[in-house]
Ligand binder design. Structure first.
Ligand code: ADP
Ligand code: MG
Length: 702
C-alpha cells in the first residue's frame, strides 16, 4: 500500500532526487517517489518507521507529515510555510549589510571602516550559513554542482577578489529570493489542494438516538448522518429521509442542481441547497468519491510528463556545464590574451555562476502540471498523470463508442414484434429476466420497461448459467429454459433461425429454447450535448472523428449523422473495436499525433487501454475507470473537448515558463560574459523569473 507524506524544507530537485535514491536502497522499500512540484512523497514499504528515520538521516533539515491512511490525500489547506518567521534573520542581515556598506564606502575613519567590514561579515554569515553549510554537506556526499554550491563558490569567489559588498548582496538577495519563491510555491500548492478539499471536517452521526458531530473518518458504512441546508455532505451514501436540491458541481462539475429524494445515491462534497437530509453512509470517508479524487490528483503528480523529466535531467547536466564555462571565462582570456586582468574576468565568471541557478524551471514546471490537473479535477475531469496531458494536447483523432457515450444509453422500447403464438409481453418478460444481471445499458432499459408494465415470467427462478457475449448479447437459463437476448450475431452463433430485420432502431432478438420468439425495437437518442461535443472538437482542430460501435450499421449511421460524425465503424465485437482503433492509431501516429478513445466502459475497457488516451465516462464499469487515463465524472461528451483545451493550455503555460526562464538566463549569461551585468542584478533577475514562473503556473488551474 502506498503512503503519502507532505514534505517541507526540500531545497532543490536534486536534493529530492538524492533523497529518493537514498530511500530506494533501504531494505523493505518497494517503491518510492518524491515530487518536487507538490512536495509530496509516496512510499510503499514494509516498515514506514525505518523510512522516516532514514529521511531524518539523509536530510536532517527536511520535516514531513504523514497524510492519514484513513483519509488518503486529505489536503492540507494551509500553506506549509511560515514566511514571517523565516524572513526575520534576513531582515536583520539586510539592515546590517546596508549599514556596513555605508560605513565602508562613505566614512574615512579607519575604525568605522573596520566596523563596516565586521557588519558585512555578520550579514553574510546570517543570510548565508544555511547555504554554506548545505553546500559543504552536499560536497561531502559527493553531490557537487547544486545551486547551494553555485552560490557558495560565487560569493566566496567575490570575497577572494575583494568584492565584499557584492558577496553580501548576492547572499542576501539569493536567500530572500529563495524564501519568496518557496512561499509562493507553497501557497500555490495549498490553494490547488484547498480547491480539492471538498469534504467538511465533521459528520453529524446518529448515535444512541441523537445526532453527534464527529470526524468523518469515524463513520463506517451503514451509519446514518444528517445534513442541513447549506452544508456539504461528508460521506457518500443513500438518502433515507428528506428531500433537497443538491449541488454536485464541486465533484462532477455538473451545473444543474438535482433533486435528491429517499433512495437517491449522493456523493460526498456536494452541497444540500435547501433541505435537511438523513443519509445512510455507503462508504467510509477514505473511500468517498471526493477522497478518491483528492488521492488521484496527488498521485497523478507523481506520474511525470516527459517535459518534467526533461527539466530534471537538464538541471543535472546544466549546472556542471555552466561551472565549466565560468572556469573557462575566468582563466582563458587572461591566459591567452595579453593585458586582460584576471580579477575582471573572474568577476564575470562569478556573475555567470550566480545567474545559472535553474530554480525557476524546476519549481514552476511541475507546479504548472499540478495546477492543470487540479483545475481539471474541479470540472469533473480526472486526469491520471501529467504525461496524459502531453498526449492529450497532441490529440489528432478522437474515436467514440456509441451506446452510453454519444447516446444516452437509456433505451425506450419503441415496438415489440412477437413470433406467431407468442405475446409481446411474454417476449419482453423473458428478455428482462435474462438481462437481470447484465450491466449493459440495454439490460437496464429492458428491466425498467418490464417493471413499468408489471411483467413477470411467472417463475420464481432467477437467471442461472448466465453467459454474456460482449457485442452480441446474453444467454441464460431460467426455470429450466434457455433464453437468448441479443442481436442477430447472437442468434447466429447459437444456431437459431430468425427473420431478417432492417431499420434504424437497435434490435434485441429473443429466443426461447432455441426457437425465435420475437424482437424488441429500442430507440436511443444522442445526448443533448453530443452534437456540440463534436463541433467543439472540430473547432479545436481535431481532424479525425470516428464512431466505433458494436451496434448495427443503420443505427450507427443514423446516430453518426445526427451528431455530425462522418467515419463509422459498426457491428464490431470487442476484438474488432481493438483492430479498428489500432489501425487508427497507426495512421494518425505517423504524423506524431495521438488518438483518444472515449467510451463508457461497457464492452470497451480493452480499447480504452489501447488508445493513447482512454477517456471513460463516469457511470461506466470499474474496470474502465481503472484502465482509463482520464475519467469524466459527468456523462457529457463535451467534456472531451474541454479536457483537450485544458491540456493544451497547461502545456502552453509550461512551455512559456521554460522559454521565459531560459531566455532570461541566456541573456544574463551573455551580459555577464561580456561584463555588462553585475552580480546582484543577476540574482534579482533570477528571483524575479522564478516568482513570475510560479505565478504563471497557477494560471493552469483556472
Ligand atoms: P457500443 O459499442 O455501441 O457501446 P456494445 O459493444 O456494448 O455497443 O454492444 C454491441 C451490440 O451488442 C449492442 O448493440 C447489442 O445489440 C448487443 N448487446 C451487447 N450486450 C447486450 C446485452 N446485454 N443484451 C442485449 N444485447 C446486447
Ligand atoms: Mg458502450
Amino acid at each position: 500500500m502506498m503512503t503519502t507524506y507532505h514534505l517541507r524544507n526540500v531545497d532543490c530537485p536534486a536534493c529530492a532526487a538524492g533523497l529518493e535514491r537514498g530511500l530506494r536502497k533501504i531494505e523493505g522499500v518497494r517503491a518510492v517517489s518524491i515530487d518536487f512540484g507538490t512536495l509530496s512523497m509516496r512510499v510503499d514499504a514494509a516498515d514506514l518507521k525505518a523510512v522516516e528515520s532514514a529521511v531524518r538521516n539523509l536530510e536532517p533539515l527536511v520535516t514531513f507529515s504523514r497524510v492519514l491512511a484513513e483519509a488518503p490525500g486529505r489536503p492540507t489547506a494551509e500553506a506549509d510555510f511560515d514566511l514571517k518567521r523565516e524572513i526575520q534573520p534576513l531582515a536583520l542581515a539586510t539592515a546590517a549589510g546596508c549599514l556596513g556598506l555605508v560605513l565602508v564606502n562613505f566614512t574615512h575613519r579607519e575604525g568605522a571602516a573596520s566596523i563596516g567590514l565586521g557588519l558585512l561579515a555578520f550579514a553574510y554569515l546570517v543570510s548565508g550559513w544555511k547555504v554554506l553549510l548545505g553546500a559543504a554537506r552536499n560536497m561531502v556526499r559527493g553531490r557537487l554542482f547544486d545551486e547551494l554550491f553555485l552560490m557558495s563558490i560565487a560569493t566566496l569567489g567575490a570575497i577572494a577578489i575583494g568584492q565584499y559588498e557584492e558577496a553580501v548582496g548576492v547572499m542576501v538577495f539569493y536567500s530572500i529570493g529563495e524564501l519568496l519563491q518557496h512561499s509562493a510555491a507553497s501557497r500555490s500548492r495549498a490553494s490547488i489542494r484547498s480547491l480539492l478539499d471538498l469534504r467538511p471536517d465533521f459528520a453529524r452521526l446518529r448515535r444512541a438516538g441523537s445526532w453527534v458531530e464527529v470526524q468523518p473518518e469515524e463513520a463506517v458504512p451503514g451509519d446514518e448522518f444528517l445534513v442541513k441546508p447549506g452544508e456539504r455532505l461528508p460521506l457518500d451514501g443513500q438518502v433515507i429521509e428528506g428531500e433537497a436540491f443538491l449541488d454536485s458541481s464541486p465533484i462532477t462539475g455538473e451545473s444543474m442542481p438535482r433533486r435528491a429524494q429517499p433512495g437517491a445515491t449522493v456523493l460526498a462534497g456536494s452541497v444540500s441547497l435547501d433541505g435537511v437530509l438523513v443519509i445512510r453512509a455507503t462508504r467510509g470517508a477514505g473511500e468517498s468519491s471526493a477522497a478518491r479524487i483528492a488521492t488521484l490528483v496527488e498521485s497523478a503528480a507523481h506520474l511525470k510528463a516527459r517535459t518534467e523529466r526533461w527539466v530534471t535531467a537538464f538541471a543535472r547536466i546544466y549546472t556542471p556545464i555552466v561551472v565549466a564555462m565560468a572556469a573557462a571565462i575566468a582563466f582563458l582570456p587572461p591566459l591567452l590574451v595579453a593585458g586582460q586582468g584576471l580579477r575582471e574576468w573572474c568577476y564575470r565568471a562569478l556573475v555567470m555562476l550566480v545567474i545559472s541557478c535553474p530554480c525557476a524551471l524546476v519549481v514552476s514546471v511541475p507546479l504548472g502540471y499540478f495546477g492543470g490537473i487540479g483545475g481539471a479535477a474541479r470540472r469533473g475531469i480526472l486526469v491520471k498523470g501529467s504525461q496524459v496531458f502531453d498526449a492529450l494536447a497532441a490529440c489528432k483523432a478522437v474515436a467514440f463508442d456509441k451506446t452510453g457515450t454519444l447516446t444516452r444509453g437509456s433505451f425506450s422500447v419503441r415496438s415489440i414484434t412477437a413470433a406467431p403464438g407468442r405475446t409481446s409481453d411474454e417476449v419482453l418478460a423473458w428478455a428482462a429476466a435474462a438481462e437481470s444481471l447484465s450491466r449493459h445499458p440495454i439490460a437496464a432499459s429492458l428491466r425498467a420497461e418490464a417493471e413499468s408494465r408489471s411483467l413477470s415470467i411467472g417463475t420464481e427462478d432467477e437467471a442461472s448459467e448466465v453467459r454474456e457475449l460482449p457485442g452480441a448479447g446474453i444467454a441464460a437459463r431460467i426455470g429450466g429454459r434457455l433464453v437468448l437476448a441479443g442481436n442477430e450475431r447472437l442468434l447466429e452463433l447459437e444456431g437459431v433461425a430468425h427473420p431478417k430485420h432492417e431499420g434504424g432502431d437497435t434490435l434485441v432478438l429473443v429466443a426461447l429454447d432455441g426457437e425465435y420468439a420475437g424482437s424488441i425495437a429500442l430507440g436511443d437518442e444522442p445526448k443533448s450535448d453530443a452534437r456540440e461535443a463534436i463541433r467543439a472538437l472540430r473547432a479545436l482542430g481535431v481532424g479525425r472523428l470516428a464512431m466505433i460501435t458494436g451496434d448495427s450499421s443503420p443505427v450507427a449511421q443514423r446516430v453518426a449523422t445526427e451528431v455530425g460524425i462522418a467515419e463509422v465503424h459498426a457491428e464490431l465485437l470487442p476484438e474488432g473495436k481493438l483492430e479498428v482503433l489500432g489501425r487508427m492509431i497507426r495512421e494518425v501516429g505517423g504524423a506524431r499525433g495521438s488518438t483518444v478513445f472515449v467510451g463508457d466502459g461497457v464492452n470497451d475497457a480493452p480499447v480504452l487501454a489501447l488508445a493513447d488516451v482512454g477517456i471513460a465516462m463516469g457511470a461506466g464499469s470499474d474496470a474502465a475507470v481503472q484502465t482509463a487515463d482520464i475519467v469524466l465524472l459527468t456523462d457529457e461528451p463535451s467534456r472531451v473537448a474541454e479536457a483537450i483545451a485544458r491540456a493544451r493550455r497547461t502545456r502552453r503555460i509550461v512551455a512559456q515558463n521554460i522559454v521565459f526562464a531560459l531566455g532570461i538566463k541566456a541573456a544574463f549569461l551573455a551580459m555577464g560574459a561580456i561584463g555588462v551585468a553585475v552580480m546582484w542584478e543577476a540574482v534579482i533577475a533570477d528571483v524575479g523569473v522564478a516568482l513570475l514562473a510560479v505565478a504563471n503556473s497557477l494560471r493552469a488551474m483556472k
